[in-house]
Ligand binder design. Structure first.
Ligand SMILES: *[C@@H]1O[C@H](CO)[C@@H](O)[C@H](O)[C@H]1NC(C)=O
Ligand SMILES: *[C@@H]1O[C@H](CO)[C@@H](O)[C@H](O)[C@H]1NC(C)=O
Ligand SMILES: *[C@@H]1O[C@H](CO)[C@@H](O)[C@H](O)[C@H]1NC(C)=O
Length: 524
């Protein structure tokens, strides 16, 4: 009997069930239903009120999950999206890209050099004086200018490369706080990413990690007050959290799950004037398998809170959600005592990202929300070995290799998993959960890969994601779909007065007028 695969639990070995699959009718009926669905699929050619961009690090993991996690034939929420395209991820100066260059592409619409954020390729890595005049603005920034509410949610520090590309213009992705800037850069007027988070784009919801870059040196961390390594790092003595709170009406700051849960998104105290920053760790947030669910929110919980706040704006919202899928094993992670297998870590993150995608769908109207799921780049990761159905994806290939030793179906092209000693591979027949898959070439940190990544899309204008495209095309479709600069005019786009009128999300004095206008224009 073939029961439904369960997606709720992360099973490492799925029951293999073959009876139905022996019958051609099983495959023919399934394919016929899919064909009927495809024949009825009509492009949604209206513009989108809301845009949600989900980013997972490591495309391969999503497919892998579908292949071997909850069951080979199960479907992720993101796999039900009707439109798929491939993106070429190279940076202007690199065949195999980094997350800063790719972030600039899919968020700002322009390819750039590796390790630079929000600047064109005319800017040179780490050369402060090449920043100025070469800034490029993200679709999130332009969505804000179009009157939408905007937010970023990430499991990394909010100053990290991917979310950073939505608001910062910086020639070195590691300039997190002013303490990370060379003296020369400070002298020439370059600003750190944390400073730019608060001063560049008026972001309504900021959720992730990264507290230590926001407060003056030696400011004790609220969660780890006795650990000097987790304390504030700023040399300029500025408390950016306080600055953010003081310049925004109705703004709230939280640093743990309890605080986040207590935020009342239904509060009418400030009406449209509502902003939330939540920074839950000094640096990156913990991986899902290591997360303490009573102190830190999950990506699903952060996504839900962000949408509940952002959707208050009748002009719609733009939300960027990033989950670091942690596919690449690094020495750093071992040092920090993460004991789970690296592939397993990545798999649970992928499950959570997909749950966030599913949750977002429940909280938004599919007919007015463009939802896109993509990756910034891939990893040198492979999954092979003629394994039988139902094999644990962390398990062994059925046959031995030519050195008479077994091998795992997951292998890395390079990385810390290199294990040749005295000319031979160690035995891999005892696999515990800490097992580190082997790599062909020794490196302290496994590298990214240069292959294309998938873009999955649903909602208004989702059909524009088709074929094989340059990665910077993503930002252009998002902007076009949302009537965002440079695509703000067009028959279906709201009038300029609607965009620039009195409905600033944070103008309480004009609130009633604004709401009245909103209702009129929306025909409510
Ligand atoms: C930038 O600074 C470097 C020295 O750090 C100098 O050689 C170069 O000419 C400067 N470039 C510009 C455009 O000012
Ligand atoms: C989670 O955090 C709470 C509060 O600090 C603590 O009491 C609890 O022991 C933690 N749980 C785990 C599993 O570490
Ligand atoms: C490699 O060989 C040397 C000398 O025979 C031995 O001391 C060492 O332990 C071996 N290393 C491994 C990983 O087997």
């Amino acid at each position: 009997h073939c029961g439904p695969w369960t997606r709720q639990t992360l099973t490492l070995r799925s029951p293999h069930c073959s009876e139905d699959e022996k019958d051609p009718a099983y495959w023919n009926e399934r394919a016929k239903r899919t064909l009927e669905w495809a024949l009825n699929l009509a492009p949604m050619t209206r513009r989108a009120k809301n845009i949600i961009l989900f980013l997972g690090d490591g495309e391969c993991s999503a497919f892998l999950l579908a292949q071997g996690g909850p069951g080979e034939d199960s479907r992720l929420a993101m796999e039900t999206f009707p439109y798929v395209a491939l993106a070429k991820t190279y940076n202007v100066d690199r065949q195999v890209p980094d997350s800063a260059g790719t972030g600039t592409a899919y968020l700002c619409g322009v390819k750039s050099n590796a390790k630079t954020l929000g600047v064109s390729a005319a800017a040179v890595y780490s050369k402060c004086n090449t920043t100025f005049g070469h800034e490029v603005h993200s679709v999130l920034h332009r969505a804000k200018q179009a009157g939408k509410s905007v937010g970023i949610v990430t499991t990394t520090r909010v100053q990290h490369a991917s979310p950073g590309a939505s608001y910062a213009h910086v020639v070195n992705r590691e300039w997190y706080s002013d303490a990370n800037l060379p003296k020369e850069a400070v002298r020439l007027g370059c600003r750190d990413i944390a400073y730019q988070l608060v001063h560049n784009t008026d972001i309504d919801v900021i959720l992730g990690g990264g507290r230590m870059y926001m407060t003056p040196r030696k400011t004790p961390d609220p969660e780890y007050p006795t650990d000097p390594k987790q304390a504030g790092t700023r040399k300029d003595g500025v408390n950016l959290v306080e600055e953010w709170l003081s310049t925004k009406e109705g703004a709230q700051y939280v640093w743990d799950k309890k605080g986040l849960d207590a935020v009342d998104e239904y509060s009418t105290d400030h009406a449209l004037c509502f902003a939330l920053a939540g920074l839950f760790e000094p640096k990156d947030m913990k991986y899902e398998l290591n997360r303490n669910a009573s102190t830190d929110p999950s990506i699903v919980e952060m996504t839900e809170k962000a949408i509940r706040i952002l959707r208050r704006n009748p002009r719609g919202f733009f939300l960027f959600v990033e989950d670091e899928l942690s596919f690449s094993p690094t020495r750093g992670r071992i040092d920090h005592g993460h004991h789970s297998s690296k592939a397993k870590q990545a798999l649970s993150e992928a499950v959570m990202l997909d749950r966030a995608v599913a949750r977002a769908a429940q909280l938004t109207d599919a007919s007015e929300t463009l939802t896109v799921v993509t990756a910034d780049h891939s990893h040198v990761f492979s999954f092979g070995g003629s394994t039988p159905r139902g094999n644990s994806i962390f398990g062994l290939a059925p046959k031995k290799a030519e050195d008479k030793r077994p091998y795992t179906s997951i292998l890395y092209g390079n990385g810390p998993g290199y294990a040749i000693a005295n000319g031979s591979r160690p035995d891999v027949s005892s696999l515990d959960k800490d097992y580190r898959q082997q790599a062909a070439v020794p490196l302290g940190t496994e590298t990214h890969a240069g292959e294309d990544v998938a873009i999955m899309a649903k909602g208004p204008m989702a059909h524009l994601f088709h074929g094989v495209q340059e990665q910077n095309y993503v930002a252009h479709v998002l902007a076009y779909a949302g009537c965002i600069e440079p695509y703000q005019t067009g028959p279906e786009c709201p009038s300029p007065s609607w965009r620039s009128g009195s409905l600033g999300p944070c103008q309480p004095s004009t609130l009633l007028l604004a709401l009245g206008t909103a209702c009129l224009l929306l025909g409510v």
